[in-house]
Design a protein around this ligand. Structure first.
Ligand code: EPU
Length: 426
């Protein structure tokens, strides 16, 4: 529940990156040793990835909310059931990790955010096959992968895919010989995964460029590693500050990762000041319009597209958003229209005519980032906004209610026993 219209003022600390954590947690099984991973965001996606580790027989010692020690020395299982994978897309990283460790993996096809279109994994499969693995999809939608010995190979990705780049890196780390991924994704979490694997003794170069070279090694050893700050969480709070107005220091970030979003906010007339590991966002009055095309990194991230749509809903003038990564990622627009936004969607294009103000409404989170956008809409709107399905938001934002309350938002989490029934504070 959000009572909108409050200016935000103060400091928000950014947590570890979700999309790095969900790759690094399974990567830990590539060594027969203990890895200590720090700065894991306290979100449900991390919890599920750790639960899968348990189910595979790895030892997991929780040191505190954000640190675990993973001991995969005595792991003995290579099967991950749908009960485990249905919650999130990234569960498919266990295919690459188990294949790399044991030469076999049985992993149910993943669940995760549904943007309304298909989310193929053909490039993952192509990569595994080029490394010498046999891959079958059985009648229960279990991916069955096996190889006597993975052999390094050149792999050209037909499309820039974060997931395929990560999965191939995981499988190739202990393969024999050299793997070269061409047209690789360059997101910050790809670099973070490479740094983690190299800390365990892997030989990976070029992460962060579109050619990644992985020279397979026989063994890896344990290490201590701290995950980078979350680019998308930081960008979400930057947009929240820009839209709600006020003066917010977004702390513990890597400003370089946020350049595309800073540039767009500046174009909208928002003040953005960079420091070594923080960014100050100041906003007064309505933003100006701008156009956005989402692209793989270093382009404007698709995972900040719904949040920016809220900002542009109250901008002066007409803005155009072109979704360049997913076939369809505008399902949330219906919710914004119910709040008074003026948006027309045609395929991958949304045309947004800025209005003076949004008004509070009963809305729902359609997926993780759409849910974050609904929170921003609630902060901006006049009156009370009730957001349903916040379970999606918990997948990727640590303590979202607490962080926003600490900078002056009037937001609280409530538990509803029955649809439309009495509401109690939880
Ligand atoms: N694609 C294919 N074939 C494949 C793989 C991808 O055609 O085998 C296409 C997809 O359909 C899409 C494009 O390639 O059109 C990019 O997909 P990508 O594989 O890069 O996405 P992903 O790995 O499934 C990750 C993030 C998403 C984020 C995208 C794009 C994780 C766990 N997920 O997904 O994050 O939107 O990259 O940056 O890292 C989120 O955090 O909310 C989220 C959805």
């Amino acid at each position: 529940m959000i009572n909108g219209g409050k200016k935000l003022c103060g400091k928000i600390d950014i947590s570890g990156a979700k999309n790095a954590a969900v790759a690094i947690i399974p990567a830990a099984i590539l060594c027969e040793d203990v890895c200590r991973i720090e700065n894991i965001p306290k979100i449900s996606d991390s919890a599920v990835m750790i639960k899968i580790l348990h189910s595979l027989g790895a030892g997991v010692r929780v040191i505190n909310d954000n640190t675990v020690e993973i001991d995969s020395t005595h792991m003995n299982c290579h099967t991950v059931t749908y009960e485990m994978t249905k919650h999130l897309r990234a569960s498919y990283y266990y295919i690459g990790a188990l294949l790399g460790r044991f030469g076999k993996a049985r992993v149910a096809m993943p669940g995760g955010c549904n943007f309304g279109g298909v989310r193929p994994i053909d490039q993952h499969i192509k990569g595994f096959k080029l490394l010498g693995a046999s891959i079958f999809l059985d009648e229960d939608a279990i991916v069955d992968a096996s190889a006597d010995c993975l052999i390094g190979s050149p792999i050209y990705l037909d499309t820039v895919s974060v997931g395929a780049t990560i999965n191939i890196m995981l499988a190739a780390t202990r393969a024999k010989g050299l793997t070269i991924i061409e047209n690789a994704a360059k997101e910050p979490h790809i670099v973070d995964l490479a740094n983690f694997l190299n800390s365990m003794g892997a030989d990976i170069r070029g992460a962060g460029t579109d050619v990644i070279k992985i020279r397979g090694v026989d063994r890896l050893h344990g290490c201590t590693y701290s995950i980078i700050p979350d680019q998308i969480e930081a960008g979400t709070y930057m947009v929240a500050a820009a839209a709600a107005g006020g003066d917010v220091l977004i702390n513990n970030v890597i400003p370089k990762h946020l350049e595309s979003i800073s540039a767009k906010l500046i174009e909208c007339g928002i003040e953005v000041e960079e420091f070594d590991d923080s960014i100050l966002v100041k906003s007064f009055g309505r933003p100006m319009r701008c156009n956005i095309k989402t692209m793989p990194h270093p382009g404007f991230p698709t995972d900040l597209q719904p949040q920016m749509a809220v900002l542009l809903s109250i901008a002066k003038g007409t803005s155009i958003i072109n979704e360049g990564v997913w076939d369809s990622r505008f399902r949330y627009v219906d919710q914004l229209i119910r709040m008074g936004a003026s948006i027309k969607v045609d395929g991958k294009i949304a045309v947004i005519e800025g209005v003076d103000q949004l008004k509070g409404a009963q809305i729902k989170a359609d997926d993780l980032r759409a849910g974050a956008a609904m929170i921003i809409a609630g902060l901006v709107a006049k009156g009370t906004t009730e957001i349903d399905n916040v379970i999606y938001i918990d997948r990727g934002y640590e303590d979202v209610v607490e962080k926003l309350s600490s900078v002056g938002a009037d937001i609280r989490r409530v538990t509803v026993s029955e649809p439309s029934a009495s509401v109690s504070v939880g």
